[in-house]
Design a protein around this ligand. Structure first.
Ligand code: FAD
Length: 315
């Protein structure tokens, strides 16, 4: 019988998977990454409509912890990320909001490139046992990772299973518009964040942000509106979005549009552990933004901790 490959398999090339691969390489461990889509970034996503470019998942990230900041500074020195703005409101609150260059996928792409790993794009893993490895880092949203583990007959022990099943996610509907002209009523940095608005959560003018040369606006409906309108047809969602966009920024003339329903926009509650570990040959480490801390930085930290747990187990 042959031994499983010593390379660690990482499922997902979003920020958590890219961070895990990067940390594994820093620790001298080899990994290979499997990504269902044809590009890295996951929910740090980009899109193109005709000549217009969009960030359509996460719009920015903050750096609160030392480890993430250290990596972001290195990525900035290579031109993969830059400070977008120091606040969306006037006057700005002074905290740096970072963006990817040319778009939000760039940070995951940079981490993977620095790690020097092979990334198998367009490869959706449907059975973990086929990965032929002794260690796996799982980074899709918790319900997706859990279903994958269960379908592979590698279910976590009951105590972990119960906790994983309790993780719920907020939804976000994103509507993208390429426009005839740049919208007038948007601040010069291009971002408008709405904290308690019943209809919209965010408007991003991708041209003002520096992502698009052509006029291109991303609209995130609020979590409440996204839940209420989830099953509406796309044309109703675009009508809803354009009505509220006009109310916020003034007249606009849309050329093209796209609707993206993010079923797993973010966890309602975050598990306090940095990652969950179970099994033996393969040992499975489940990580991502539902662990330890949410959003881009939480996902980065969880991926990093997953790599460190694996290093402890294999040393
Ligand atoms: C609309 C929206 C707005 C957001 N805004 C912000 C924001 O402004 N700031 C912020 O900090 N955070 C924001 N977030 C949250 C942030 O995007 C996430 O916390 C973070 O990107 C999650 O990273 P992750 O690596 O844990 O998961 P993901 O990015 O989801 O990565 C998981 C990867 O696994 C892949 N995958 C799934 N199943 C399989 C499989 N079977 N085989 C192989 N690959 C698979 C997926 O394609 C994906 O690339 C936002 C999220 C959304 C959706």
């Amino acid at each position: 019988m042959t031994s499983p490959s010593p390379e660690i398999a990482v499922v997902g090339a979003g920020i958590a998977g890219a961070s895990a691969a990067y940390r594994l390489s820093e620790l001298g461990l080899k990994s290979r990454v499997y990504e269902a889509e044809g590009h890295p970034g996951g929910r740090m996503a980009s899109a193109v409509i005709d000549h217009a470019s969009f960030d359509h998942g996460a719009q920015f990230f903050t750096t609160r912890g030392r480890e993430f900041r250290h990596v972001v500074d290195a990525a900035a020195a290579d031109g993969a990320v830059k400070v977008w703005t120091h606040g969306f409101d006037a006057p700005p609150d002074g905290y740096e909001r970072w963006r990817g260059v040319p778009d939000m996928t760039a940070l995951a792409a940079w981490l993977l490139s620095e790690a020097g790993v092979t990334v198998h794009f367009d490869q959706r893993v449907d059975d973990l046992k086929h990965l032929d490895t002794s260690a796996i880092v799982l980074t899709p949203p918790v319900p997706v990772s859990l279903a994958l583990a269960q379908d592979s007959n590698l279910e976590p022990p009951k105590k972990l299973l119960t906790r994983l099943r309790s993780v719920e996610y907020k939804r976000t509907i994103a509507v993208l518009f390429s426009l005839e002209e740049h919208p007038g009523g948007v601040p010069s940095h291009g971002g408008m964040q709405f904290v308690d608005d019943p209809d919209l959560a965010f408007i991003s003018d991708n041209a003002a942000k520096g992502v698009s040369e052509a006029p291109a606006v991303t609209i995130h409906l609020s979590n409440d509106a996204s839940l209420a309108l989830w099953n509406q047809p796309d044309h109703e969602l675009t009508e809803y979005a354009i009505k509220h966009l006009k109310a916020k920024v003034g007249p606009v003339v849309p050329l093209g549009s796209m609707v993206q329903r993010w079923r797993y926009a973010g966890p309602v509650q975050v598990l306090e552990e940095s990652a969950f570990v179970w099994g033996d040959r393969p040992v499975i480490v489940m990580a991502g933004e539902a662990f330890n801390g949410p959003k881009v930085e939480g996902a980065f930290n969880s991926g990093r901790h997953a790599a460190e747990k694996i290093a402890e187990l294999v040393s």
